[in-house]
Design a protein around this ligand. Structure first.
Ligand SMILES: NC(=O)c1ccc[n+]([C@@H]2O[C@H](COP(=O)([O-])OP(=O)(O)OC[C@H]3O[C@@H](n4cnc5c(N)ncnc54)[C@H](O)[C@@H]3O)[C@@H](O)[C@H]2O)c1
Ligand SMILES: [Fe+2]
Length: 404
C-alpha cells in the first residue's frame, strides 16, 4: 500500500472514530479529592451494597502498607475483602486471568483498584470480564463487552496515567509484550479517590516518569486534530500544573499540595486524551516497552522531545498558545519563538528530573517490526497533526540507540 493510500485509509478510520466518540460520550467517575479521600471512597463502595470486594494491587504497595487501612475501613463497614497482589508493571493476560480466578472463587461483587496504571488497567479488565463471561483476550478491541462491568472503584497511586477516567485498559501479551487495548466506556469506574497520602511514598524516579506520562497525555491531546474546546481546557490546565508542581513533588515527595495538584493534573490528562486521543509519542514508546522493557512513563519521556521537534512546524501556533497558557511566555512574544520556548522548557524539565534516557540492548534488527507495530497502533486511531513515514521513525530509533 502506498504512503498516500495508507494515510487516506487512516483518515477514513479516524472520521468513523470521531463519530463514535461524539455519539458515545464517555461516562465520568465521581471524583473525591484530597487527603484521606481513599478512606471516603470506601464509604462509597458500601453505598452500592457491595458485600465482598476484590482489591487489585501490586506486591510493592501491599508491602508498603498502603492497602491495610483501606481493607480495615471496608471491614468496619461490613464488607469482606480479598486482596490480589499479583499485578506487575505492564500487566499481561495471565496476570488478569489470575485476578479473575480469585474474584470468581471468592464470589466478589465489586472491584477496588489501588495502584498505578498497571493495577487500574488489570482491575478494569477483571471487572469487565467477570460480568461478561468473556476472557480478557476477547475484550481487546473496541466495544467488545455487552454487559456493564462489576462496580469498579479506583485509587490511583501514581500521578501518571489518568486511567481512572479513561475508556481504555492496556494489557500486554505474555510472550511478545505487545500491548492490546480494551476500548469501552464500560471500564470507567463508578468513583475514584485522588488522595495525595497514597502517593506520598512514591520514589523520585517513578514520580518523574509517571509525571511525564501525564504531561505527554496533555501535550499529545493538545496537538491532536481531534482537540476540542473541552480537551484544550483540561490539557492546558494539566500542562500548567505539571510545569509548576512536578519539580516540587520530585524534590519533596511529602509535599501533599504538590502531590494533590499532580493527581489532578494526571486526571485532567486522562480527560484530555479521552476526547482528543494520543499520538506518535505513545505509539513509539509502547515499542520501547515491548522490546526493551522500558517503563511506560520513562519511554514517553524519552520519545517526547523528538515528536515535539517533528511537529514543530505544523504545531507552531498551538505550541505557542500552550506556552502562554502554561505561563512560560506572553502575547508579546511571536508564535515561532513561543513554540521554541515551550519545547526548550520540556527538554530542560526532563534534564532537571534526571530522566534516564538510556535504552540497553537496542538492536537495529528490531527496528522494522517496531515501526510496523507503531504505525498499526497510531494510524487510524490517533489524530496526529502530521504523518510520519518509516524513515522518520527509524531515524528516531537510531538517535535513541546512539544516545544510549
Ligand atoms: N488505561 C489508560 O488510560 C492508560 C493510560 C496510560 C498508561 N496506561 C498503562 O498504565 C501502565 C503504567 O502505569 P504507571 O506508570 O502508573 O505505573 P505502574 O502501575 O506500572 O507502577 C510502576 C511501579 O511503581 C510502583 N508504585 C506505584 N505507586 C507507588 C507508590 N505510591 N509508592 C511506591 N511505589 C509505587 C509500582 O509498585 C510499580 O513497581 C502501563 O501498562 C500503561 O500502558 C494506561
Ligand atoms: Fe501514557
Amino acid at each position: 500500500m502506498s504512503r498516500f493510500t495508507t494515510i487516506l485509509k487512516a483518515k477514513a478510520q479516524l472520521a468513523a472514530l470521531k463519530v463514535a466518540v461524539t455519539v458515545l460520550p464517555a461516562p465520568r467517575p465521581i471524583v473525591l479529592l484530597g487527603a484521606d479521600s481513599a478512606l471516603k471512597l470506601c464509604d462509597t463502595i458500601s453505598h452500592v451494597g457491595a458485600k465482598r470486594v476484590l482489591v487489585v494491587t501490586d506486591a510493592v504497595l501491599h508491602k508498603l502498607g498502603v492497602i491495610a487501612p483501606l481493607s480495615a475501613r471496608l471491614e468496619q463497614l461490613g464488607i469482606d475483602t480479598l486482596v490480589f497482589t499479583g499485578v506487575t508493571p505492564d500487566p499481561t493476560f495471565s496476570v488478569v486471568d489470575h485476578g479473575l480466578a480469585m474474584l470468581r472463587s471468592g464470589r466478589c461483587d465489586a472491584v477496588l483498584a489501588v495502584g498505578g496504571g498497571s493495577s487500574i488497567d488489570a482491575a478494569k479488565v477483571i471487572a469487565l470480564a467477570a460480568s461478561n463471561q468473556k476472557t480478557p483476550q476477547q475484550l481487546i478491541g473496541v466495544l467488545k463487552a455487552r454487559k456493564p462491568s462489576l462496580p469498579l472503584f479506583v485509587v490511583p497511586s501514581t500521578a501518571g496515567t489518568g486511567s481512572e477516567v479513561t475508556i481504555g485498559a492496556v494489557i500486554s501479551d505474555d510472550v511478545t509484550h505487545q500491548k492490546g487495548i480494551v476500548i469501552d466506556p464500560k471500564v470507567v469506574p463508578v468513583a475514584t479517590a485522588l488522595d495525595p497520602l497514597i502517593m506520598k511514598g512514591m520514589p523520585r524516579s517513578i514520580t518523574a516518569d509517571t509525571g511525564i506520562d501525564a504531561l505527554t497525555h496533555a501535550v499529545e491531546a493538545w496537538m491532536a486534530n481531534f482537540a476540542t474546546t473541552e480537551s484544550d481546557y483540561f490539557a492546558g490546565a494539566a500542562v500548567r500544573m505539571i510545569f509548576n508542581q512536578l519539580p516540587v513533588s520530585y524534590a519533596d515527595g511529602a509535599n501533599l499540595e504538590a502531590r494533590e495538584a499532580m493527581a489532578l493534573a494526571s486526571h485532567y490528562g486522562g480527560l484530555a486524551i479521552s476526547a482528543a486521543g494520543l499520538g506518535y509519542v505513545h505509539a513509539i514508546a509502547h515499542q520501547l516497552g515491548a522490546y526493551y522493557r522500558i517503563p511506560h512513563g520513562r519511554a514517553n519521556a524519552i520519545v517526547l522531545p523528538y515528536i515535539l521537534d517533528f511537529n514543530r512546524d505544523v504545531s507552531e501556533s498551538r505550541l505557542a498558545t500552550l506556552a502562554r497558557i502554561s505561563g512560560l511566555t506572553d502575547s508579546s512574544v511571536q508564535d515561532g519563538q513561543a513554540a521554541d520556548i515551550f519545547i526548550a522548557h520540556v527538554k530542560q524539565l526532563l534534564k532537571d528530573l534526571n530522566i534516564d534516557t538510556r535504552i540497553p540492548g537496542m538492536n537495529e534488527a528490531d527496528f522494522p517490526a517496531m515501526v510496523t507495530a507503531a504505525f498499526a497502533e497510531c494510524h487510524g486511531t490517533y489524530s496526529v497533526p502530521k504523518y510520519m513515514d518509516a524513515a522518520d521513525v527509524t531515524a528516531i530509533l537510531r538517535a535513541l540507540q546512539q544516545a544510549s
